[in-house]
Write a protein that binds this ligand. Structure first.
Ligand code: FES
Length: 339
């Protein structure tokens, strides 16, 4: 048993528990989402005792020097003292500027920050609503706009996504924090072959990365594979076909789990998007030396993790694999993998 203090209250943690686990078990309310040190929704501030190793892994140098740590990554030490964050120190005010439904389950939200926020497609922000509930969403537009575009899928039992989808309206005030992450396009990639694979709303960031690359005059080939359950989920299909017609170095293919019974759309086939991509591209070191390529993977963690592993094991170096994994609280009674 280890005793630590949170907002001056004594908390006891049992063997193996993180600060987040102990606080939740004892009825404290603390924001969290991924529990993996990625989203930073569970930040708390250190005010006394030793900072446990690993508790600040992945944080920016500013967050570290201001003594923030991730509650989900922090195994408490005896007499560690922590306090809640002050929202005004970490978030800036913003409002919903525009809302547009892209399909039956996906909505596009444009957020306008009250002060300049430099961002890139493929990074992510934390969005906090009136009651403090906070979630991470990936940025889908390029840095030239002062608005931040997000594609949100309404999730099963998703408190925040349901609010954004059904209730939040234009003009609604929110708070934003970030941006973070580096799954982005850089001008030095100009001549590389880009292979981008996104599942579900993982299309949003890859679409943004492609628009960013094209606006910077990307010279290499660009291949985009979008994985979805069915054709109705291909929410940017016509936009992507148009983009492909406009840019000779861009190729787009949609991969669905099941086709509808009617006539299928152009550039749609059945299959796992990663396996389809593997059938067209080699990810080995020989191919890389002939034509340098970069792989971008965005979407559900199971897909991103599997893709990263396969591409890496095939010989692509880690610095050429860029990924954005949608880690979030899964509130299903039965886990996604059925286990
Ligand atoms: S970083 Fe702790 S919940 Fe995501």
């Amino acid at each position: 048993m280890t005793r630590f203090y949170f907002d001056e209250q004594s908390v006891e943690s049992i063997e193996g528990e993180t600060v987040l686990d102990a606080l939740i078990r004892q009825g404290h309310s603390l924001n969290y989402s991924c529990r993996k040190g990625a989203c930073k929704t569970c930040l708390v501030q250190h005010i006394g005792g030793d900072i446990p190793s690993g508790a600040q892994r992945g944080l920016t140098s500013e967050l570290k020097s201001d003594a923030y740590l991730c509650a989900c990554q922090c195994k408490p030490t005896q007499d560690l003292k922590l306090k809640s964050i002050l929202v005004q120190n970490l978030f800036i005010a913003a409002h919903i500027h525009e809302k547009q439904y892209l399909s039956d389950s996906v909505v596009k939200i444009l957020v306008e920050p009250s002060e300049e926020m430099s961002h890139s497609a493929g990074q992510y922000i934390n969005l906090r609503r009136f009651d403090g509930l906070t979630r991470s969403y990936s940025i889908t537009n390029d840095p030239d706009s002062k608005l931040i575009e997000l594609h949100i899928r309404r999730k099963y039992n998703g408190q925040f996504s349901d609010w954004l989808f059904n209730h939040a309206s234009v003009g609604e005030s929110v708070l934003i924090q970030g941006p973070w992450g580096d799954c982005c396009y850089r001008s030095e990639y100009k001549n590389d072959t880009l292979i981008l694979i996104g599942t579900g709303t993982g299309l949003g960031p890859v679409y943004g990365i492609i628009r960013d690359a094209l606006s910077q005059g990307h010279k290499g080939e660009i291949y985009l594979y979008h994985g979805a359950k069915n054709e109705a989920d291909l929410y940017h299909h016509s936009k992507l076909l148009k983009l492909m017609l406009e840019h000779r170095n861009m190729t787009y293919l949609a991969c669905v789990e099941q086709m509808g019974s009617g006539k299928s759309s152009t550039r749609v086939q059945t299959g796992d998007p990663f396996e389809v991509a593997m059938s067209f591209h080699q990810f080995d070191s020989q191919t890389l030396s002939d034509s340098p390529q970069r792989v971008f993977l965005c979407g559900e963690p199971s897909f991103v993790n599997k893709g990263q592993e396969l591409v890496f094991l095939n010989g692509t170096p880690l610095d050429r694999i860029h990924s954005l994994s949608y880690e979030y609280k899964d509130l299903r009674k039965v886990p996604r993998d059925g286990s």
